[in-house]
Design a protein around this ligand. Structure first.
Ligand SMILES: [Zn+2]
Length: 411
């Protein structure tokens, strides 16, 4: 992992002292006198970073303290209490979270201002993020309008500021419109308010950009309606570029796979799907015809029926061969051993037996177990899903032994 630090010396390397270092399952919980690592909170995941050379995988808030988790299977504590240590932050992760979080404030504010739609909660995901709007639905036009306004405010390099207020500060009541929304009841200390100049103020503990220009771009992806939820998925900044790269890479692969440019992709895929459907229809017809021919061939032996018949196919799970064959077969005295392997598997498939009830009851479970299958007998049939078709030969031997004297075996 690469650790880059902000030009601000505060984040490059920060000296502090160890208050406690407690052994827990899988590592140590470390509390420091002060920290530059953001603990999970306000919808934002925690920072990653280092204390000396040890990786910090998560930081959580416990009261007024931040608890840093350091993975370590050993019993020997990485730090002594009172020891001076230096901290640094995984800046790529921090900056990404700043972009998504400030972006969320901006998107939330514009939905509120333009359409009076309140944000109930939000989620910062690893791929994309969303806000949950207090709305039944959001139209394509509304999405486009919000996205356009957000991106104009980014172009304008609108400043973002952070101010800390005492809880009884009159400013909190007057000009800070959204500031005290969602304030946890146990908060007694100073209140931190994040203001996007000319747009909104919002009480928040998260890390933010100084200027909307640092957001680069906002992209509203889609609206997902779930039970009592209306989720607007979005990307901000580096994630927009990352998504564009992924889409472009995919597009290039499609160009060569489909032998046509992006404009033709949908048409080419539709054509391909229709060709596949046609091919499947033909395959189904041929398989059924083949099964009928096979049954007819064996039915000719009705006068002198074979003791057993082996038929092994590799048509895959959707094959109609087995059912058609059994439906048309007129050899009730003959023990029929059918298998059908999955086309893409190594030994997985289907086993079907048909014959006299006593033969099925005797051979069915043994053959099923040889093929590592799961199934059961029902009168004159035995059906099973099996995993080890390479043992088919062993099953054949079993059948041959069972019917001891050589029959008129068909393969
Ligand atoms: Zn926030």
């Amino acid at each position: 992992m690469v650790f880059k630090c902000q030009e601000d010396s505060f984040l490059r390397e920060f000296k502090t002292k160890v208050v406690s270092c407690e052994k827990i399952k899988g590592g140590f919980n470390v509390i420091l006198e002060d920290t530059v690592l953001f603990p999970e909170g306000g919808g934002q995941p925690s920072d990653h970073g280092r204390v000396n050379d040890r990786l910090v995988k998560s930081v959580i808030r416990k009261g007024a303290q931040a608890v840093h988790f350091i993975e370590d299977e050993t019993e020997s504590a990485p730090f002594a209490v009172g020891e001076e240590v230096s901290q640094s932050v995984d800046w790529d992760r921090r900056f990404d979270h700043m972009q998504q979080h400030s972006g969320q404030h901006l998107i939330t504010a514009i939905f509120d201002r333009e359409f009076q739609l309140n944000t109930k909660s939000w989620w910062l995901g690893t791929e994309s993020s969303y806000i949950d709007l207090d709305a039944k639905d959001v139209t394509r036009e509304q999405l486009e309008r919000v996205e356009k306004i957000c991106n104009q405010l980014i172009v304008d390099c609108t400043p973002v500021g952070v101010k800390v207020y005492e809880p009884n500060d009159p400013a909190l009541q007057s000009d800070v419109t959204r500031a005290t929304r969602g304030l946890p009841e146990d908060v007694t200390g100073p209140l931190r308010v994040v203001t996007i100049e000319g747009v909104e103020s919002n009480m928040c503990c998260g890390t933010h950009v100084r200027n909307l220009g640092q957001l680069q771009a906002v992209k509203l992806l889609s609206v997902e309606k779930a039970k009592n939820k209306c989720l607007v998925h979005f990307l901000v900044g580096g994630r927009v570029l990352r998504k564009l790269s992924e889409c472009y890479e995919r597009e290039v692969q499609f160009n060569s796979l489909l032998n046509g440019g992006p404009v033709a992709h949908v048409e080419l895929i539709k054509k391909l799907q229709s060709t596949v459907r046609g091919t499947q229809r033909v395959a189904k017809k041929l398989t059924t015809e083949l099964a009928a021919a096979e049954a007819e061939r064996l039915n000719k032996l009705q006068e002198n029926p074979p003791k057993y018949v082996f038929l092994h196919r590799c048509d895959g799970p959707d094959s109609d061969f087995v059912n058609t064959f059994l439906r048309l077969s007129k050899l009730p005295e003959t023990f029929i051993f059918l298998t059908n392997a999955d086309t893409d598997s190594n030994g997985k498939g289907q086993m079907v037996l048909q014959g006299k009830q006593e033969d099925i009851a005797k051979l069915g479970p043994e053959m099923c177990s040889l093929l590592d299958g799961k199934g059961n007998a029902k009168g004159t049939r035995f059906n099973a899903k099996v995993n080890k078709l390479k043992n088919v030969v062993l099953c054949e031997k079993l059948v041959q032994t069972h019917f001891s004297e050589e029959g008129l075996a068909e393969k």
